[in-house]
Design a protein around this ligand. Sequence first.
Ligand code: NAG
Ligand code: NAG
Ligand code: NAG
Ligand code: NAG
Ligand code: NAG
Length: 278
Amino acid sequence: MQLLFLYFLITCLCDFADANLQDITSGDPPYNICTSSNNYATDSPFENNLHNLIGVLSSNASDTKFSSFYTGDDSDRVYGLYMCFNYNNTIYVDCKNCIATTASQHIVKYCPNEKEAIVWEDSCLLRYSSENFFGKLDITGNIPKANSQNVSDPESYRSVVNKTLSILTKKAAYSPANNMSATGVEPFTKAETLYALVQCTRDLSGDDCSSCLQTATREILSCCYFLRGARVHSRSCFLRYELYDFVNGAYESSVSSGNKAKGKGKCLPQLQHKNLLK
Ligand SMILES: *[C@@H]1O[C@H](CO)[C@@H](O)[C@H](O)[C@H]1NC(C)=O
Ligand SMILES: *[C@@H]1O[C@H](CO)[C@@H](O)[C@H](O)[C@H]1NC(C)=O
Ligand SMILES: *[C@@H]1O[C@H](CO)[C@@H](O)[C@H](O)[C@H]1NC(C)=O
Ligand SMILES: *[C@@H]1O[C@H](CO)[C@@H](O)[C@H](O)[C@H]1NC(C)=O
Ligand SMILES: *[C@@H]1O[C@H](CO)[C@@H](O)[C@H](O)[C@H]1NC(C)=O
């Protein structure tokens, strides 16, 4: 009887773990969080300000990869910012498209009438709130996503990823000329090379940027160190690493299916370039 109970307990725990991993390895962008404690009415001044804000941010997205803005007075004021991920610009001319077309539409579609929302797309994030969140670190509700395929040597991969992300975090956080972003390349096995990108929203202090990326690194390594590539979508930062040069537009070359992890996720990196390429 006790053994039977133990068996059920173990089965349940395993199911739970699988469900989590499956969550992480499946589902394409957009991802969004609506903080629904507070709503605005259709045709209200807040809605008008929000549309105004999105318009201003969209029009600037062709020039810079980060911009923040606020508009309106008192309880109708809305604060917003966008960040385009720091992929090689000469290949992807996509920041404008990601903000002005994709993210702008998704944020009102998936968070209708919400006074606070964020949406992450393949190559950008867009966020607004009725509260002033500029310069405030927020690492709640981070969304990790990982490739569903295993690496050949998980323990050494964990250490290479950890070391690389830690170096890049310092570069992004404490070298102002880097615009709070850094990319890196590090050999892994004879045949494989690690490529990584870290980036913070540029309203943060260096210390907050560092905290955000350290937290994101810890989260992704605790769930997914044995998987080939991953991203963490945070309100305050973004990180990604893969075994191919995604920063310069490379795709995942096919990996032997023997390596496939248990969760039946889609392989994110194969999907992501659809709307990046002009
Ligand atoms: C938009 O870009 C213009 C020109 O570069 C700049 O003057 C303005 O401050 C920017 N606005 C925002 C909200 O970033
Ligand atoms: C960006 O892509 C171009 C065109 O492929 C290449 O010449 C350039 O070296 C790349 N830049 C970086 C920083 O890798
Ligand atoms: C990553 O490296 C830091 C030191 O830089 C260490 O404290 C931490 O335990 C490492 N994490 C993992 C998951 O290896
Ligand atoms: C930093 O941002 C500025 C303005 O957005 C841009 O002109 C500059 O090239 C960026 N620097 C780097 C290293 O990306
Ligand atoms: C992938 O690696 C994890 C962690 O080492 C392991 O639990 C899982 O069984 C592996 N999956 C496959 C298909 O090898």
